[in-house]
Design a protein around this ligand. Structure first.
Ligand code: ATP
Length: 770
């Protein structure tokens, strides 16, 4: 065969291909957008391979260059806009030979593959075979030695796109939290009917080999029973549990589609329904959620995850050496990482093998540590008040729970988790209603006590409620330290669990510093950060911030749509966040904002003038179907002079008719309605960790407790870990990490995300051209 006529010199610019493969997942478009724009930013060319490996095998028009404007507006679109397919031909060497030839014909020597473990295994096989494929192509006369010379190394990077979250080595896959959101919305909806009619619902969710979606939706919705492939029930007797004695009006059972018994026989939803109907006499319905779980726009987490991972994938492509193993981009807690792809694939296969071998304990152990932790957290809330698990009496504690600061999604769920844990272990959970003023009310001789023991039924009903059911308040203990100490003694608190934002942090700092004067405060004082501003020192994540982000992106998507319909319009949207630009920046990343104005950077006239020029250029380039409205996010404290309305008016004036501008302020809407699933599940996991930490002080003397810096601490996500950081002491957060004047951490981990927003909007490039 005549060798194809192709350039023998490598193209001037590196060409990076991107494809999506396997089942579609929300967030895949965000990944493609980020790869395309980051590639262009790094002076490479980006090529989309349409329909997954099918496009690679068939070549031609199925591999097309994508330009900056081509991916405009993709962040908010569901599915995958470059298509996905299951390609049998690529499983065969003959198909991969054609794929290799097509890549060389296009001058593409690097590939970013977004898909599940099958797709990524295919990618690894392809890279391993690459030199052999090229020699075969030369031997068959399809290409010459000269033609293949510039392409001896193929760089491949994997992104895990899958709603199942079934890949080991990463906490989350692109798409899994969007899918979880769909499931939780559906279960929340049936919740009300189930409650009204005292009905049972068996809800089947996706997950053939992995129970992540089932487990997380069970946690988020307070399901009574859960069936997952990794951990079949030991017996069906548990289903005889005394539901009515527990006084519950609704019964929810979540079943993964791959649920099975210990002999690997499928457990069908209908079987569970029959058991509930016949044995418990419960009017039960079955709902199979099906493909609704896949579709729709990506949630906030999937948008920023896919964006940051897409950016990291391009960096990895450019940094790889011929010897580097194929990396897959993963996330641990809050840290984007690179992991050898085949280690992750192998670990995933090992879990499946353990399940097939009926070694379920090993399967649970080998799923990620986080999965097992969540599973145990779920067990705590599904069967609380289990006398067998009680601690000896001298180790049982009276644990007070208080909310301090503004309401945030997840506060109720954290309280529910703490209560469940307390009841499981024989502790007494006490809710302090309405913050510190509520507590000292008794001391002020008011007749009603605001400190009440919480019963499970009450807290169980908080599972999907937003805000704070026990009431929250911004006031600090310093307003009546004496009264606070008296109340601590009066109610015999052995520990206080404080859920809230910067005020919660300040409150615990005050109590800790008052320990010298008041013995009552020499007890564990633990803060679980919950604030939409995410400005608490000691953590990179606060409960409520994800709910807020989701609410904001819904708002921005709707506004952008209206702006797109009326063509050339810029919306300047004001976000909350106090003196921290976290919410504005992460929302900017998730909605693809043109620019983000934050207090950390401030706003000046030069910046506004450059942004007006940038917007004008942007609208000139922005043609055709992908034309979209533009969004600028401005944090409420970014500048006292350049207010949101002022900026919008100035843009309008200076645009001289080229575009229009409007201001929008979502205000308290940002605190969100029902908490996002991520805030719900993390609330449970973190609250249980806090309770375990508190419990480790059981039986210790007050002086011993006060001497331990971790007895007054904040739980937080720091990089790839969840850990407790002490408030006081030499390394304590109060001294080392807190910017008290600005009410935020001294070092904000997310500041570098500003650069990503600017790179992906093109604002960074426009600056460098000046
Ligand atoms: P999902 O999690 O949605 O199932 P997946 O990526 O695991 O996604 P698969 O159907 O397993 O989905 O794989 C998608 C495509 O990847 C296959 O159709 C095939 O083209 C390619 N592929 C999978 N496994 C291999 C392999 N071992 N060798 C070569 N190609 C493969």
């Amino acid at each position: 065969m005549e060798p194809a006529k192709i350039p023998v010199q490598p193209p001037k610019k590196r060409r990076i291909g991107v494809l999506t493969s396997g089942g579609d997942a929300p967030g895949m478009n965000g990944a493609v957008r980020a790869v395309v724009r980051m590639a262009i930013h790094c002076d490479c060319e980006a090529y989309a391979v349409f329909e997954g490996y099918e496009g690679l095998v068939n070549g031609g028009n199925m591999i097309r260059q994508l330009h900056w404007e081509d991916v405009r507006g993709w962040l908010s679109r569901g599915g995958t806009l470059i298509g996905s397919a299951r390609c049998m031909a690529f499983r065969e060497r003959a198909g991969r030979l054609r794929a290799a030839k097509n890549m060389i014909l296009r001058g593409i020597d690097a590939l970013v593959v977004c898909g599940g473990d099958g797709s990524l295994t295919g990618a690894d096989v392809f890279r391993a075979e690459w030199p052999g494929l090229l020699s075969d192509l030369v031997a068959a006369g399809e290409l010459t030695q000269e033609q293949i010379a510039p392409y001896t190394v193929l760089n491949i990077v994997g992104l895990v796109g899958s709603i199942d979250n079934d890949m080991s080595g990463t906490d989350a896959t692109i798409g899994c939290y969007s899918s979880l959101t769909r499931i939780c919305d559906a279960v929340d909806d049936v919740f009300d009917t189930a409650f009204s009619h005292q009905r049972g619902f068996v809800i089947e969710v996706m997950g053939r080999h992995c129970g992540w979606l089932a487990l997380m939706s069970a946690i988020s919705t307070g399901a009574d029973w859960l069936f997952i492939p990794e951990n079949p029930p030991r017996m069906d007797g548990r289903m005889r549990c005394n539901r009515k004695e527990r006084g519950k009006r609704r019964t929810i059972v979540i079943v993964a589609e791959g649920a099975q018994d210990r002999h690997l026989n499928k457990i069908a939803s209908s079987t569970i329904k029959d058991i509930l109907t016949e044995r418990l006499g419960l009017d039960t319905r079955t709902t199979v959620l099906g493909h609704t779980q896949r579709g729709g726009a990506a949630c906030a987490y999937d948008r920023w995850l896919s964006t940051l991972q897409g950016v990291e994938a391009v960096r990895a492509v450019l940094e790889m050496s011929p010897q580097s193993p194929v990396p897959v981009i993963t996330i641990r807690e809050n840290k984007i990482m690179r992991t050898p792809l085949m280690d992750a694939v192998q670990a995933t296969k090992d879990v499946t093998a353990k399940i097939h071998a009926k070694d379920f304990d090993a399967a649970m152990n080998e799923r990620d540590a986080e999965f097992k932790e969540y599973y145990h957290a779920y067990l705590n809330t599904s069967t609380p008040d289990h006398p067998k698990m009680y601690l000896p009496e001298n180790k049982r504690m009276r644990i007070a729970i208080i909310h301090v600061g503004a309401p945030a999604g997840g506060m109720n769920q954290a309280t529910r988790g703490a209560v469940a844990y307390c009841l499981t272990r024989g502790h007494t959970p006490l809710a302090i209603h309405n913050g510190f003023p509520g507590l000292v009310r008794h001391h002020a001789d008011k007749p009603i006590s605001s400190v009440r023991e919480v019963k499970w039924l009450e807290s169980d009903s908080w599972v999907n409620e937003g805000g704070s059911d026990i009431g929250t308040n911004r006031s600090l203990p310093s307003e009546d330290m004496e009264g606070t100490a008296k109340c601590f003694e009066l109610y015999k608190f052995d520990a206080v669990f404080v859920v809230g934002g910067f005020e919660a942090f300040t409150a615990v700092s005050q109590l800790r510093q008052a320990r010298d004067k008041y013995d009552a405060f020499k007890i564990p004082l633990i803060v679980l950060p919950a604030t939409i501003s995410n400005n608490v020192p000691g953590t990179e994540y606060s409960l409520g911030s994800d709910t807020c982000l989701n609410t904001l992106i819904d708002f921005c998507d709707a506004i952008r749509q209206s702006a797109s319909s009326s063509r050339r319009r810029v919306f300047v949207i004001e976000t909350q966040g106090g003196k921290s630009g976290y919410i504005a920046t992460t929302a900017g990343l998730a909605v693809g904002a043109v620019a983000v104005y934050i207090p950390e950077e401030g706003i000046d006239i030069k910046m506004l003038s450059r942004d007006i020029d940038f917007l004008r250029d942007n609208f000139i380039r922005d043609k055709g179907a992908n034309r979209a409205g533009k969004i600028i996010l401005r944090n409420e404290c970014a500048s006292s002079t350049y207010t949101t309305q002022f900026v919008a008016d100035m843009f309008k004036e200076e645009a001289k008719g080229r575009f229009e501008s409007r201001a929008a302020v979502p205000g308290h809407f940002q605190q969100g309605g029902k908490p996002s699933p991520m805030d719900r599940v993390r609330a449970l996991r973190m609250s249980i960790k806090c309770m375990q930490h508190i419990e480790s002080y059981a039986g210790k003397s007050r002086d011993a407790i006060a001497a331990d810096p971790l007895s007054a601490a904040v739980i937080g996500v720091k990089g790839s870990q969840v850990l407790f950081s002490p408030m006081g002491g030499v390394d304590g957060l109060e001294e080392t990490e807190t910017d008290w004047a600005r009410r935020r951490p001294k070092t904000e981990f997310w500041l570098e995300l500003q650069d990503v927003v600017n790179v992906l909007s093109g604002r960074a490039a426009s600056r460098s051209q000046e």
